[in-house]
Design a protein around this ligand. Structure first.
Ligand SMILES: [Zn+2]
Ligand SMILES: [Zn+2]
Length: 677
C-alpha cells in the first residue's frame, strides 16, 4: 500500500478525491480514505513534539527527544486517535508519500511520522501550492525524495525554540519563586524577547517625548459663491511672534490666486499579496489581527479556494496558467465584468520584488466558494480583487496645487482626483484615496478672505505600532518569520506583556524588558535572533549543519543562564513588584462616585467576591458582582448613573458589559437579557 499523509483532516479529503476513487473509512473516532492500492490518512498538525528526556524542572536543560504529542501534554490527548490511525498502517505500507503543507513546519510534521513510524520504507514528498485537483495530481506524479534541508532547518527551529522557551521560562519562574511572595509563571520565547524589547523601546521614546509648540495659520476664502480652506505655506511656524506678524499683515485684506499647477500622474497596479501585505491590508480595512487573517486565509486554502498563504512571494509565475484562473473566476457574477475585460488583454501581472522559493504570491484558484462565513467572504474578496487588479491598466490621476497671495504672503490648497480608473475600478471597495472635486479656480482670480485664524498645535510623539504596521517593521528587521510573527505577537498579548490594538507595552512587559536588559541582555538581543535566522537559512542552503547551530545556541544560553542565576533575587524582585502592581491594577474597576476613592474587586474568606471602595471604612459603597467568570474594567462610566461599567467574561458565553449599580435603570434590560440566556 502507498500511504499518503496529509497535514490535516480537511486536506486528506481533497487529496484523496484528487488522486482516485476514494472511500472514506471511519475507525475509532478518526478516519482515512481508501483507494485501490493507496490510502490517504490525515495528521492533525504535529503528532510529535519535543520532550525533556529526564524528569525535573531544573535549568539549564538541553536533553530532549521527540515523542508523540499526547505523551507530552494532556491537552494533546485528541491527537492520540489520529496517531493510532496512522500507526495501524505500520505493517501494510510499502511506500510513504508526504503530502503536508509545503513549508518547514509541514516538512517536519511529515518527516517525523515517516521516520518514527515507517523507517526503512520508501518515501517521497509532494510539493503543491493549492489543494486543487489538477495541482495535487501533478504533484503526486512529480513527487521525489524528501527535502532534507528544509526538514533539518525545521527540526533545528523546534530545538532552538524549545531550548529558549523552557529554560527562560524556568529561570524567570524560579526567580519569582525565590522572593517567596507571589507565585506566577512568567515566560518569554526566543523571538518574543527581542520583539517585546523592540516595542518597549518605542514605549520609552513616547514617554520621553517632549512636545514642541508650533502654530498654523488657516484661511477661509470665497471665490464667487464657493467657500474654500487654505493653509499658510509653512505648516509649522515655530515662533508665535512670526505667526502674529503674518496675521497682522493680512488683516482686512483680500488677495488673488497667484498660481494653479495641475499635474498628471500614473498609478501602477498593486502587486499581488504576500502574507505580510495581506495581513497589513486586512488589519487596515477590517481591523483583523494578523493571527486572525492568517487563520482565515489558511481555512480558504484548506478548501482549495486560494493558494498557500504563508508565502513571502509577490510573484505570479507563468506556470500558474493565470488565464485559466481568470476564466474560472468569470463564473462569479461580481468579478465577471473585470475578468471579461482582462482576458482581452495580454494578462501580464504587475509583480513585487519579494520572492519565495516554495510558493507563488497568494492568489485565488478559481474554484467557486461555497458557504463562506462573513469574515472568510471579506478576505476572499480582498484576495480576488487584489489578484485581478495586478493585471489592470495603470490609473491616471490629476493633482492640483493652488497658491494664493494675501498681502505678499503665500497660502496653499491642494487635492487630487482620478481621471481614468484603470485597475482602481477592480480594487475600488478597498481603495483609501481621497477624491477632491476640483474647483473652478484660475490664476489671478480675486480671493475674498472670510476668516483668518492662528491655530496652536504641538509636535506629536512617535506613534504606537498597530498590529498592521508592526509586521512590516519586524519583517524589515528579520525578527521572526512570515509563518511565526502573527502567533508570537498574539502570545505577547496572551501573556499580558502588551495590550490594545494600538500596541502598548504593559507595566509587566516593561519591567520584564528592564530585568532582561540588566541581567540577561542576550535574551532580548535582536542581533542574536537575526543571526539564528541566518543560520537556519544556512541549513536550508546546505551551508550549515543542525548540530553546529544547536551547540552554538547551547553555549550562549548556558552562559546567559549562569549569569542570570547569580542575579535571581534581583530579577525576582523586579518582576514580583511588576506582577503585584499588575494584579492591583486589574482589581481596580473605576472611581467611587460617592467619595472619589477606587472601586476594587474584593475577595472574601469564603472565596466569594464583591466590589468595595478603597475608602472603607469611611465609605461603605459596595456592589454585588456575578460570582463566575472574569471581571475587567472598561474605563467607562454608565451614561445613566455615572457608576463604572465592567466587562463580564464567562466561559462559553458571550462577554457582556454592565453597570456596577444593581439599581441602575440600565440593569432592567440586562436582567431581561440574562434570563433569556
Ligand atoms: Zn467610596
Ligand atoms: Zn448605571
Amino acid at each position: 500500500v502507498i500511504l499518503v499523509i496529509s497535514e490535516k483532516p480537511s486536506a486528506a479529503e481533497k487529496i484523496a478525491y484528487a488522486l482516485g476513487e476514494a472511500k472514506r473509512i471511519e475507525k475509532n473516532g478518526a478516519y482515512y480514505f481508501e483507494m485501490d492500492d493507496m490510502a490517504v490518512v490525515p495528521a492533525v498538525g504535529h503528532l510529535f513534539g519535543l520532550k525533556q528526556s529526564v524528569k525535573g524542572s531544573f535549568y539549564p536543560v538541553f536533553d530532549v527527544r521527540w515523542a508523540p504529542t499526547f505523551e507530552i501534554s494532556k491537552k494533546n490527548e485528541y491527537s492520540r486517535k489520529y496517531f493510532e490511525n496512522i500507526q495501524n498502517f505500520q505493517n501494510s505500507v510499502d511506500e510513504v508519500v508526504i503530502a503536508t503543507d509545503y513549508d518547514t513546519e509541514g516538512s517536519v510534521i511529515g518527516y517525523n511520522i515517516y521516520r518514527f513510524l515507517f523507517p526503512e520504507k520508501k518515501v517521497r514528498r509532494m510539493k503543491f501550492s493549492t489543494l486543487t485537483r489538477d495541482e495535487l495530481k501533478k504533484s503526486y506524479e512529480d513527487a521525489k525524495g524528501p527535502d532534507m534541508r528544509l526538514i533539518e532547518a525545521g527540526l533545528t527551529r523546534h530545538n532552538l525554540d524549545w531550548y529558549y522557551g523552557i529554560n527562560l521560562s524556568r529561570a524567570l519562574t524560579t526567580a519569582i519563586k525565590s522572593t517567596g511572595k507571589v507565585f506566577s509563571i512568567v515566560s518569554v520565547g526566543r523571538v518574543q524577547g527581542p520583539m517585546l524589547k523592540f516595542l518597549a523601546d518605542r514605549e520609552r521614546e513616547i514617554a520621553a517625548f517632549e512636545p514642541v509648540p508650533f502654530w498654523q495659520i488657516a484661511l477661509k476664502f470665497k471665490i464667487g459663491k464657493e467657500l474654500f480652506d487654505a493653509l499658510y505655506k509653512d505648516k509649522q511656524i515655530w515662533d508665535e511672534k512670526a505667526a502674529n506678524r503674518i496675521l497682522d499683515d493680512c488683516k482686512g485684506k483680500d488677495g488673488f490666486i497667484s498660481d494653479v499647477i495641475k499635474t498628471n500622474v500614473e498609478k501602477k497596479p498593486p502587486c499581488p499579496f504576500d502574507l505580510t501585505s495581506l495581513q497589513t491590508e486586512a488589519y487596515n480595512l477590517f481591523g483583523y489581527s494578523p493571527k486572525q487573517t492568517v487563520d482565515i486565509a489558511q481555512s480558504l486554502y484548506s478548501d482549495a479556494y486560494i493558494s498557500y498563504p504563508r508565502t513571502s512571494s509577490q510573484k505570479l509565475p507563468k506556470q500558474l496558467d493565470l488565464r485559466a484562473i481568470v476564466e474560472k473566476l468569470i463564473r462569479q457574477v461580481k468579478y465577471k465584468k473585470f475578468c471579461d475585460e482582462l482576458l482581452k488583454g495580454k494578462m501580464l501581472p504587475n509583480e513585487g520584488k519579494k520572492k519565495d522559493p516554495a510558493h507563488p504570491a497568494i492568489h485565488p484558484t478559481g474554484e467557486i466558494p461555497k458557504e463562506l462565513s462573513s469574515t472568510q467572504k471579506k478576505v476572499y474578496d480582498l484576495i480576488v480583487r487584489r489578484f485581478l487588479s495586478c493585471f489592470g491598466d495603470p490609473a491616471k490621476r490629476e493633482s492640483m496645487r493652488v497658491r494664493l497671495d494675501i498681502a505678499g504672503h503665500e497660502f496653499r490648497i491642494s487635492g487630487s482626483r482620478t481621471l481614468e480608473k484603470g485597475w482602481m475600478e477592480i480594487y475600488e471597495p478597498y481603495l483609501r484615496i481621497k477624491e477632491v472635486i476640483f474647483p473652478e479656480i484660475k490664476k489671478d482670480d480675486k480671493v475674498n478672505v472670510k476668516k483668518l485664524e492662528k491655530i496652536g498645535k504641538e509636535t506629536q510623539p512617535p506613534s504606537r505600532y498597530s498590529q498592521g504596521s508592526i509586521l512590516k517593521e519586524l519583517e524589515s528587521r528579520d525578527i521572526g518569520t512570515k509563518a511565526t510573527r502573527a502567533q508570537i505577537l498574539q502570545t505577547l498579548y496572551d501573556r499580558g506583556y502588551i495590550r490594545e490594538k494600538s500596541i502598548e507595552v504593559t507595566k509587566l512587559g516593561m519591567e520584564l524588558v528592564k530585568a532582561m536588559e540588566i541581567y540577561a541582555p542576550q535574551v532580548i538581543d535582536e542581533e542574536l535572533t537575526r543571526s539564528f535566522e541566518k543560520e537556519m537559512d544556512g541549513i536550508m542552503n546546505g551551508k550549515k549543519k543542525q548540530e553546529s547551530v544547536l551547540s552554538e545556541a547551547k553555549k550562549i544560553l548556558e552562559k546567559t543562564l549562569e549569569e542570570f542565576r547569580k542575579n535571581e533575587k534581583e530579577v525576582g524582585e523586579i518582576l514580583d513588584k511588576a506582577l503585584m502592581e499588575t494584579r492591583e491594577n486589574e482589581r481596580t474597576l473605576g472611581v467611587c462616585n460617592k467619595c472619589g476613592g477606587e472601586l476594587k474587586l474584593i475577595f472574601t474568606k469564603r472565596k466569594t467576591r464583591f466590589v468595595g471602595c478603597s475608602g472603607y471604612p469611611k465609605c461603605n459603597n459596595a456592589y454585588p458582582v456575578p460570582q463566575g467568570g472574569m471581571i475587567k474594567k472598561t474605563e467607562k462610566n454608565c451614561e445613566k448613573c455615572g457608576t463604572p461599567i465592567v466587562y463580564v467574561f464567562r466561559k462559553g458565553k458571550r462577554p457582556f458589559r454592565m453597570c456596577l449599580d444593581p439599581n441602575c435603570e440600565t440593569k432592567a434590560d440586562w436582567n431581561k437579557k440574562a434570563k433569556k440566556e
